[in-house]
Design a protein around this ligand. Structure first.
Ligand code: ATP
Ligand code: MG
Length: 208
């Protein structure tokens, strides 16, 4: 019998907000491990907006390498075409067995999106959610949205008081674009990878 956390996302790039949230939840829920699953071709974001999936995966791999409880998973990247959480969960059930419990970790921004996920009611049966507050979001709507999903659709969502880490991948990309430092906002290995590969430099790359 095992308890596995899932941290899904674009991870464009992975930052310390993701790592701290996953670590807090792993500890609070006594999870055996947390799988970090970078999305393949995300259904909601056009190709051009998303840095090559191999770069995103490599940064996740580097960021989690020093934690024995964390694992980078290629499950969505290796699947052809669009990836949906429902398929990922079905495959994980097959791999880890029926008796494994899955805890899908999400930030407050994802809670109101859950109802737009493909076969979301099936997703609610396949895993429990652990929802972490993010700064800039209303706590009141956070709790009321969770309550509505639980009452209306049988979702199991555990809100947790994790630390509020005010960092997003959007901010990291913007800082890179402006030539600002991303030191301490991402794992050192990720900072090195971004600089070596000249990621997120946007127009700067064209000499502008
Ligand atoms: P972007 O700005 O590109 O949307 P992001 O920082 O939101 O990037 P994602 O890859 O979209 O990162 O997020 C993956 C998951 O991690 C989502 O569930 C998101 O809510 C959560 N998450 C992201 N940043 C934080 C943070 N600072 N604290 C807690 N959860 C976070
Ligand atoms: Mg996001």
């Amino acid at each position: 019998m095992s308890r596995i956390g899932i941290m899904g996302g674009t991870f464009n790039p992975i930052h310390i907000g993701h790592l701290i949230a996953a670590n807090d939840v792993q500890e609070k829920f006594g999870l055996d491990k947390v799988l970090f699953i970078p999305s393949g071709q995300p259904p909601h974001k056009p190709d051009s907006e998303v840095t090559d999936q191999e770069h995103r995966f490599e940064m996740v791999r580097l960021a989690v390498a020093s934690n024995a409880c964390f694992e980078a998973s290629r499950i969505e990247i290796d699947r052809e075409g669009y990836t949906y959480t429902v398929n990922t969960l079905l495959e994980l059930k097959k791999r880890y067995g029926e008796e494994t419990s899955f805890y899908f970790i999400i930030g407050a921004d994802v809670v109101p999106e859950l109802k737009s996920w493909r076969e979301f009611e099936k997703v609610f049966r396949l895993c429990e959610f652990v929802a972490v507050m993010r700064s800039g979001f209303s706590e009141r709507s956070f709790y009321s949205e969770i309550q509505q999903l639980e009452a209306g659709y049988g979702a199991r969502i555990h809100p947790v008081q994790s630390r509020l880490i005010d960092i997003s991948s959007t901010e990291i990309r913007e800082r890179c674009m402006n030539g600002a430092s991303i030191k301490y906002l991402v794992h050192e290995s990720v900072e090195g990878y971004i600089l070596e590969n000249g990621l997120y430099r946007g127009q700067l790359e064209n000499g502008l």
